[in-house]
Design a binder for this molecule. Structure first.
Ligand SMILES: C[S@@+](CC[C@H](N)C(=O)[O-])C[C@H]1O[C@@H](n2cnc3c(N)ncnc32)[C@H](O)[C@@H]1O
Length: 405
């Protein structure tokens, strides 16, 4: 969105129309015609419909708050989900005694999702964003929170000494190279993040307390020794790795936090000694560990609490003879193993057809297949549902015929 369109969008009458946009019936074309008839310019009409669409999409991340916010497509894509932002706030701010002033800087605040959580926890938030439109949108989104302010400036130009905590969520997408839908591509080189990862880590390491949100594919070698690195999944999706420093660090080393209906924390201290990591025969159940645990390299830590063993040293599946229970079961999806089938498509098809299976979910680890391609090649007639797991037992490529537990 360009600054001129944003200025027009921030007009009270336009914002009021956005809040009432659901009273317009029909598809986008009909709604657009109706808005033009009401006297809105073509640009404002387009902006209103885009904001209405983004608010709908944002509800998945930000719940009912989305209906009172403005977005850019890129800003929404990069925004932290509210429950995860609340977790960041708890880690950085904790329980504030009454009458305490706790100052936190959000250094690249985007549309302001993390700042909303920080301010909601009672902190005084100074948010900055280098992008003019994004900073103005964050200011709008934080307007009800009197202890939050937003400035359009670069993180590198902020005096960081005055803060009790620093929050960094560096931009990891290309700027100004958006495709037709306004989406941008992921940057993988940490020196090309904005601000750069080396600058962020230097400042975070020197702060009283700091958190750094990064993409979950982060190379483990880039985690500074003094930091706590926590990979996080929310409702089954791996969303980030967060590095914590100073007072925000609870347990140095690698950890995983599974957030959802149930919560689970796993830490590298829970890993068995190398030679105790049990590799064994396929049991009654196959366990698929949560992606945050896999990314953190902590799959073996689930063996003992789930009475499970690994199937293969390099493949992130576990197996067990007992149905998973207890807190650690929140870290896996369990499948009952019904049979071991051949991995070659013609023989696999024969086995599936003979069992009346016609609809398959395909999972794979340690197998070089493209699930959609295999599904097409199988050309199964209508029949029962099953989950097929393409993997290896030792050196043997197999397909495990399973049903979710
Ligand atoms: C990943 S987004 C932040 C998302 C935010 N935490 C949220 O939950 O909404 C990163 C933001 O940093 C901004 N940015 C990039 N380089 C910056 C810099 N040097 N200083 C300040 N902001 C910067 C980008 O404009 C972008 O809005």
């Amino acid at each position: 969105m360009d600054p001129q369109t944003l200025t027009e969008l921030l007009d009270v009458a336009v914002l009021d129309r956005l809040d009432r946009i659901d009273d317009l019936a029909g598809d986008d074309l009909a709604r657009s015609k109706a808005l033009r008839k009401e006297g809105f310019s073509a640009e404002v009409t387009a902006a209103l419909l885009t904001q209405a669409q983004l608010r709908t999409e944002a509800a998945a991340k930000l719940g009912p708050f989305a209906d009172d916010m403005l977005f850019t497509r890129d800003g929404l894509a990069q925004a932290t989900r509210l429950p995860v932002a609340a977790h960041h706030a708890r880690r950085l701010i904790g329980d504030l005694p009454e009458d305490t002033t706790f100052r936190i800087a959000d250094l690249g605040c985007g549309i302001g999702a993390d700042s909303v959580a920080f301010a909601g926890m009672g902190a005084h938030v100074s948010a900055v964003d280098a992008d003019e439109v994004t900073a103005a949108i964050a200011a709008f989104n934080l307007r009800h929170l009197p202890d939050a302010s937003v400035e359009n400036t670069r993180a590198e130009d902020v005096d960081l000494d005055e803060f009790d905590a620093l929050w960094f969520d560096p931009a990891r997408r290309t700027i100004g190279k958006a495709d037709k839908r306004g989406s941008t591509a992921r940057i993988t080189d940490p020196d090309a993040f904005s601000p750069s990862l080396s600058w962020v880590i230097e400042k975070a390491g020197a702060a009283k307390a700091a958190g750094v949100k990064l993409g979950p594919a982060l190379d483990h070698d880039l985690v500074p020794e003094e930091a706590e690195a926590q990979w996080v999944s929310h409702n089954g999706e791996v969303v980030e790795v967060c590095l914590y420093f100073g007072a925000a660090r609870q347990r140095p080393g690698r950890g995983a936090l599974v957030m959802g209906e149930r919560t689970l924390l796993v830490h590298e201290d829970d890993l068995p000694d190398e030679d105790e990591a049990d590799i064994g025969e396929l049991g009654k159940h196959l366990l698929e560990p949560d992606g945050a645990i896999v990314r953190a390299g902590l799959v073996a830590a689930l063996c003992s609490p789930l009475q499970a063993r690994r199937l293969h040293p390099k493949i992130a599946y576990l197996t067990t003879d007992v149905e998973p229970s207890g807190p650690a079961s929140a870290g896996v999806t369990a499948y009952e193993v019904i049979d071991v089938l051949p991995a070659k498509v013609p023989s696999l098809r024969k086995e599936l057809v003979s069992r009346g299976i016609g609809s398959v979910v395909i999972k794979k680890r340690g197998a070089d297949i493209v699930p959609d391609q295999v599904r097409r090649q199988l050309k199964l007639p209508k029949g029962d549902k099953a989950t097929l797991v393409f993997t290896r037992l030792g050196e043997r490529h197999v397909v495990l015929l399973t049903q979710p537990v």
